[in-house]
Ligand binder design. Sequence first.
Ligand code: FES
Length: 155
Amino acid sequence: MFSEEITQEVDAIVTRYPEARSALLPLLHLIQREKGWVSPDGMNWAAERLDLSPAHVEGVVTFYSMYFTKPVGRNVIQLCRTLSCDIRGAQSIRKMIQDKLGIAPGETSSDEKFSLIEVECIGACGTAPAMMIGDDLHENLTPERVGAILDQVED
Ligand code: FES
């Protein structure tokens, strides 16, 4: 599934933990970094490598919104839909994104530049509404600001 170099990285991750099973989250991060998402094959591979059941690994992957269970675009927009953001206009932000990019939550644009995912609180409640694009946090969003932010995202 992985090159020799990545396999060595996996081995290094696993040996950091007293129990191999504790390496599951970093291993899933590595799979997603290398493949762009965590496929069923990736889950099975992690389960086998860490001596866990596939069902356990799938449960972890589907619990955390940071793991993608299907292919995504080159830039993943994670829009918070929890209370503070909702009260402060997340729905208008979602509409703006949907109208501008032509994608609903869970979808990827036809050019594969963007995917839109709605997530629970991302820890920026005091500056809601908020979203992440990749690793970048964007706060105090307005529909106008979101339009400008999306225009500046590099391909
Ligand atoms: S509720 Fe949206 S960041 Fe916390």
